[in-house]
Write a protein that binds this ligand. Sequence first.
Ligand code: ADP
Ligand code: MG
Length: 692
Amino acid sequence: KPRLLDDEEGGVLFLSSSLSSSASGYGYASFEKQRQRLPVYKYRTAILYLVESHATTIVVGETGSGKTTQIPQYLKEAGWADGGRVIACTQPRRLAVQAVASRVAEEMGVKLGEEVGYTIRFEDISNPDVTRIKFLTDGVLLREMMDDPLLTKYSVIMVDEAHERSISTDILLGLLKKIQKRRPELRLIISSATIEAKSISNFFQSSKRRRVAEDEELRSRLEPAILSVEGRGFNVQIHYMEDPVQDYVQAAVSTVLLIHDQEPAGDILVFLTGQDDIDVAIKLLTEEARSNGKNSSGMIILPLYSGLSHAEQDLVFSPTPKGKRKVVISTNIAETSLTLEGIVYVVDSGFSKQRFYNPISDIENLVVAPISKASARQRAGRAGRVRPGKCYRLYTEEYFVNEMSVQGIPEIQRSNLVSCVIQLKALGIDNILGFDWPASPSPESMIRALEVLYSLGVLDDDAKLTSPVGFQVAEIPLEPMISKMILASNELGCSEEIITIAAVLSIQSIWFSGWGAQKELDEAKLRFAAAEGDHVTFLNIYKGFLQSGKSSKWCHKNFINYHAMKKVMETREQLKRIALRLGIVLKSCERDMQLVRKAVTAGFFANACRLEAFSHGGMYKTIRGSQEVYIHPSSVLFRVNPKCVIYHSLVSTDRQYMRNVISMDPSWLTEVAPNFYQQQQQQQQLRNPIIH
Ligand code: ADP
Ligand code: MG
């Protein structure tokens, strides 16, 4: 047994460095060597011992120390997957699930999808008969609970990246705590890159448990163990800006060029916020490097965001050729979820895309917002993996010290809770306000969500799921509004069209962006543009794609992302299967787009807006909350400005912009959601919107 020193305060366990364990005979020699060099390897025996003796083990360790790729393998080697049992490892991000699963399969020398598999929404690369280590998103594991509430096939569940506090992670932690009471043999490992683990540890050792467990041994089993993996990160020198920057994309590009010009070899990792600014940065960087002349060569510039094809992902992870410098321009995903080898320089914009929800206005937004100090430290840490590195923060030291918040806010406290509430209801959790949350959401958000679900016909007067609508909506693995839209299309006779629309909406963008061809892109859009709006435009594109014989050339010519279209086809097939299971009849409404618009309204009535003023680029107000919104320039209805519209989502920059917009007739609102838009109130609002 390893020698463990108990720290009185929090039960933190430090391990003597003399620990070592013999490697098992898995994998190829070269991988075996690599595996043994990882910091987590020294703790192998300790981890296995703690998992054996504690219901919950919390593992804290630097990104890259081997938590995600190694711990599931250790567990398997120790027999936790014997007898048909499965080891699960959850991730908040889809791309991370795919990347780590394929890495682990490679290390074990097995084919992905067999012994090691993964499941993300609409993509199941696992085999229930043979898969022993399964990576999956925390959202997918929540879904699995609908069929198997106690998750009986899993012996160990590792909830990874817990410091991110994604909404699904928090729901999962709350539910797993419940499951543990019913399944004492289940083991949880919660892993985190920061010591934020403390609050999670407190969550798992509530005082009630301590009282219940009089028995000393039982008590210690229920107390979570915390294990801290000592990393071997190198020193990272931090550089700040002297003055605040106006444009972080431009500043990032200039900084990369400066590093490339003046610093010795080593790859660069740039943190921006999303596909849009990453594509702009790549374009600028390519152009400026070219016009710079002498130093343009030697850079391999690569994007990293979710939605990349497997081939694009592989490029990011493949070793940098000699004499070259890789420049990876990434979203938050490279902050802790993925490890890139060879990074020596980090450029940190100080921003990320975050979800914000305001229950008063009932508006959820994706906003480019400042990161926390904890995130900034993580980002800087990525520069010190292989040797001492440098981090260039595109903000001032004064800003870092005085303005940045210490920690981020858990997503559950800044999100719309509609999906969360319906999932809990479907799992039979009736008292949602009384649910044991790792961090409580606001009562206002809860009430809003209950109200919307009631108006969707998903919950009844007693806040129970309705039958069949409520159960059907819960079964479809999409936002409840989309699910409702699909159910409505069955009644309206346009399910073929709506399922296509739902598939497209589940993908980030089907347009090929970047590379500075805005004019050509706009022209291509015009070729498909429908007067009704973006949803109908998607139908035109889908039809064109089918008529072209699903040709990649056709996509290229029309500035459509072929990879995204293939994904749409796959998703559509999956949705069709789900629809058939729910008894939905597949039917096309041919050219009657009014039916399609009605079905969209039946799901998204809460996002109805009315044109207030043609000036200022067409100002709309949400009918219910009177919030000022504008049509996004990427929409085919930009500048067309129909009287009443429904949007799919909002993004906010200088203004709140509606993305994916369709025109609508306001008289439908009382028809589809009489509770939400009471007749009398609505007439009044249409004349003179009430300010809430
Ligand atoms: P952690 O979860 O602690 O952040 P990981 O288990 O993800 O660490 O990574 C451990 C090591 O495995 C990394 O430092 C890297 O060397 C290697 N690794 C992980 N994923 C990949 C990959 N996709 N390609 C190549 N090497 C990888
Ligand atoms: Mg990890």
